[in-house]
Design a protein around this ligand. Structure first.
Ligand SMILES: Cc1cc2nc3c(=O)[nH]c(=O)nc-3n(C[C@H](O)[C@H](O)[C@H](O)COP(=O)(O)O)c2cc1C
Length: 343
């Protein structure tokens, strides 16, 4: 790896285990990624500051090579009338699971400033952001504290904005990625993919170390991303069934079960576009779901929790990238090592 803030993190394998909020990322998964020479990121999203702090200390006690991902605020307020209509559309499902849905929109920022304060008080090697682009003062403060700062981008325009904000590296997220798109414009149709692909276009536009993410499950794809100018790749979906992952039983069963066809992009669960396995919830509600994050996340959360507790995959957000069929039940280290065969 050419010398850069990323290579200085001490990776032997150019592979990052993506942060996966909502359960799949565990301290064990992050430690396993470091154990095979890669790097894993804890998922700070949806987690209390206390719990994130505990996870950081757990990982820090076992490895010095890791990162933390935080959702940077990017409120997408929901239209209250559309919220009420969508809540009404979910009523029958909520009744069936015996759960109450929040009567009005809950708009929060996932404890943003407390999480930044935690990372300033107790710095970690790598901090990454998605959803929003933090102010330059936040980026500078984290860098001064000794962290490498990485921003998720989904277009050349976003890459240029992130470079202007002073980050050290970019996670270039392709549309094939599982889970939420980290786009800065979630209420608009995605920018057209540049001819030749997003990664080479970002490589040409921005002089920062790049990490390629989205749909990567095989060694050949890793080699292609490195040839196209990435310093490393980041994988999520291929690790969802790993032994160390905290993926719910319903999610694991759906990934391993009868083929669900192509993944789809939906805002039905959270009000922000995300790629998932198709299920009954998406088929029933995708067409009527308004934009609105995090209000829709909070609206559907009780339903999803109740469904997960019953191991019912039809009402759970089954985040998955296009490569979900390649996810395997194995130790994460074996999965990651296979992506970078020895020369
Ligand atoms: C279940 C799941 C949860 C995710 N959660 C986060 C997250 O909390 N923060 C983040 O920056 N990206 C998140 N992502 C996106 C990943 O960072 C990454 O872009 C993606 O997994 C790469 O594509 P792949 O899933 O095809 O490997 C998530 C992806 C999945 C599959």
């Amino acid at each position: 790896m050419t010398s850069s803030p990323l290579s200085d993190l001490g990776l032997d394998l150019p592979v990052l285990a993506a942060p996966m909020a909502g359960g799949p990322t565990t301290p064990d998964l992050v430690v396993a990624a470091a154990g095979c020479g890669g790097l894993g990121l804890l998922a700070g999203g949806y987690r209390s500051v206390e719990s994130l702090g505990d996870q950081i200390e757990d990982v820090r006690a076992r490895t010095s090579v890791f990162g933390v991902n935080v959702f940077a605020p990017h409120p997408l307020p929901v239209d209250p009338a559309l919220y009420r209509a969508y809540r009404e559309a979910l009523r029958a499902d909520a009744d069936r699971f015996g759960v109450e849905l929040p009567p009005g929109p809950v708009e929060d920022d996932d404890a943003w400033s407390d999480k930044v304060d935690l990372l300033l008080a107790s710095p970690v090697p790598l901090v990454s952001f998605t959803f929003g682009l933090p102010a330059r003062a936040v980026v500078d403060a984290l860098r001064r504290a000794g962290s490498v700062v990485m921003q998720t981008v989904t277009s050349v325009e976003e890459a240029l904005l992130a470079a202007d904000a002073g980050v050290d590296a970019l996670a270039v997220q392709d549309a094939a990625a599982g889970g939420h798109y980290g786009t800065l414009t979630p209420d608009r149709a995605p920018s057209p993919v540049p001819a030749g692909g997003l990664l080479p276009a970002v490589r040409t536009a921005v002089d920062l170390p790049l990490v390629a993410a989205g749909g990567i499950t095989r060694a050949g794809q890793v080699a292609a991303a490195l040839r196209d100018g990435a310093q490393a790749v980041m994988v999520g979906t291929v690790l969802l069934r790993a032994d160390e992952a905290g993926t719910s039983a319903a999610h694991r069963a759906a990934l391993a079960g009868p083929d669900r066809g192509d993944t789809v992009v939906t805002r039905a669960f959270t009000g922000r576009p995300a790629r998932a396995l198709r299920n009954t919830f998406i088929d029933s509600h995708d067409a009527s779901a308004p934009s609105g994050y995090p209000a829709l996340h909070h609206l559907t959360s009780p339903l999803r929790r109740a469904a997960a507790a019953r191991t019912d995959p039809e009402f759970v957000n089954l985040w998955a990238g296009t490569g979900y069929r390649e996810a395997t039940d194995e130790p994460a280290g074996d999965i990651l090592r296979r992506l970078v065969p020895p020369p």
